[in-house]
Write a protein that binds this ligand. Sequence first.
Ligand code: ADP
Ligand code: MG
Length: 788
Amino acid sequence: HVSRPADVVEARILLPIVTEEQPIMEAVLLNPVVIICGETGSGKTTQVPQFLFEAGFGSPGSDNPGIIGITQPRRVAAMSMAARVAHEMSLSSSRVSYQIRYDATVSPSTSIKFMTDGVLLRELATDFLLTKYSVIIIDEAHERSMNTDILIGVLSRVLKLREDMWKAGTADVKPLRLIIMSATLRVSDFAENRTLFPTPPPVINVAARQHPVTIHFNRRTFSDYVTEAVKKTIKIHTRLPPGGILIFLTGQNEITGVCRKLEAKFGVKALERKRQQRQLAEDAADEHENTALGGDIRPAQADVEAEDLELGNQQVDDLAFDVDVDMVDEDPEALDSDEDTEEHQLDKELVFLELANILTELCAAPMHIVPLYSLLPSEKQMLVFKPPPPGCRLVVVSTNVAETSLTIPGIRYVVDCGRAKERRYDIANGVQAFQVSWTSKASAAQRAGRAGRTGPGHCYRLYSSALFEHHFDEFSKPEILRMPIEGVVLQMKSMHIDAVVNFPFPTPPDRATLHKAEKVLGHLGALGVTTSVAKGLTAEGVPSIDGQITELGRLMSLFPLSPPGQQQGCLPYIISIVSALSVGDPFLHDEGLVAEHEEEAVDGLEDADRTRRKAFFTTQHTHSALGNFTSDVFRILSVVGAYEFAGGGHKFCAQHFVRPKAMEEIHKLRAQISNIVQTNFPSADAGFVPRILPPTDMQLKVLRQLLAAGFIDQVAVRKDRVEQTSSAGVKYTTSKGVPYKALGVSEDVFIHPSSLLANTAPPEYVVFSELIRTTRVWIKGVTVINPA
Ligand code: ADP
Ligand code: MG
């Protein structure tokens, strides 16, 4: 029996799931797998473990003595939910515990254990039967993270094994139960997938208790959503009735930046100071106006979650669509009604408005501002659940952890930037990276719903309704389908799942592509290859891949991207190359030259133009010299190195004709990847050193091999080498107009004019990092495989 604090007893009665205890427990006892759908805040995460506990699960001596395990996609949720459930049940943190990668409160007496899904996947590697557990709850299954999908697939098999062993009377083995919980009703991939669960599991729907939320779209979509979020929050705060504000942003830097800005304007201290010395305080506040974009980079301390990775601002620009200038406002009644006038204010009116704003700000209540993101210390995380000090308005600035994982009480207004950080796969450069992208309509609905927990609310979307209608996906795609298939295979292999092709995925990727991915990974040396006849050659006499992950493969699986391994001290260069390819070519190529640098053009434009062109070609020549004019990739490596030695800066960028933003991004990405490698492989000695000496000839040789291996399926051969056409035997002076044949491309391809190889004699074999189709099919980022 459980004794609960009085306030908890009171709050529990109001949770919709509590009335479903009986049917839930019946279903769990009668079925190996049960699916529970319930609106965020209905009590799934905090109550279902308690139902199980009270039915005897997790208690020694009962029918189901094994631990109750609950997985969460995020560390914040694992830690705070464990603390909450312990509190609700008046049990210690050693009974109701959490485990995340480098931190845990578990003990031999643990009954309920919250963990990240990564932790459970690692446990499966050492104890495939999960003998410690009597029941596993997979929470937030609607997010369809790769880990969740893989876990559900693996667990479907573990259940079967445990049941078979139990039926066969194997000593001490009891069946394992699985509960899948989702905040949406969209569970057919689990419920109706016969490969996964031959008997369809019952689905229990928990009634929603949701107040209406009014949605307000912005008339336009601005790329600087961080500033927009601050503006909107200030408007809500100064003009609308009391009630908490929840702001959705994408990552830690944005969040701390916005917190600082709001704190400077409406923090308790700031307001006091302001009231005392109005003028002085305002100047000070203005100094804080610059949002902290960019900022410092944190080492990857534990499991890396997308939101932890701080990106620069570049991809944000890519999101700015200009499709909706003519849109009519959806909701004339609310805040946005004055936006139009505000945008077209005359100067005089502006001054007046400013004054009015200053006055409203001075009269406003203070804000109680609380950040929420994955790497926030746990005491700070808990602050979101505390009521704000009397007279203050609660303002929570959060990543999408507040979308469905944590229900924050007292929220009446939601400000939604419409974006989230995601792992994305860039088809163009073959690199996997973390990006800020639009969320789905389903996510937007969840975010809006957070405003309607305690009463009717309002959701302000910092994007237009046209953008929402035309550019938002209905639902976010399962992560497994967004990932490069090689990455999925590699991840699974690193979890010791060898039979990837037959794996029971909730949403299976195409089998043929899985096969191909295994092959590519074999070629890259990430998977073991057996040459012995005993293990068998394939029909074509090719050594077959034995499917086991190699050390190199394990190293590769740690990167958010897919570079080859460490050889000859090449790791820093590989990291630089991978970073640069992921960001994109930083060079301002000839055609963009004048336009991009217009503001710098001096008098006598034509002369200046000529001088600039000359300067451009001189620096191109300098950087192309690395690797002796054979690789666009080395040319970029050269400029990256030079940039660091010059200490960065706009002046360097202007002199070397590179985009400052791109250079800054590459710098940051290098630091991030170095830290990830350093954390996971201290022996690799990959600590981030910005300044690296140019690679030696030996190193260049290794790098060239690695590039060839890494782009094994992006090889092009000069056409006359493969086809005896009339052009055979022709002597070329440059590569211009010289056709190549690329693997898997039916048309001829040509070396892009931006490549340094466009102006040299045409090499026979090259690898490329990018393929684009315009009037022709062009290859970019070209490297000669076998230079003379
Ligand atoms: P679900 O998992 O269905 O989204 P939860 O079990 O997370 O719902 O939340 C149930 C209720 O418990 C919510 O009203 C939430 O605000 C409350 N709650 C959760 N954690 C805490 C906490 N640490 N302090 C106070 N209330 C909490
Ligand atoms: Mg939950």
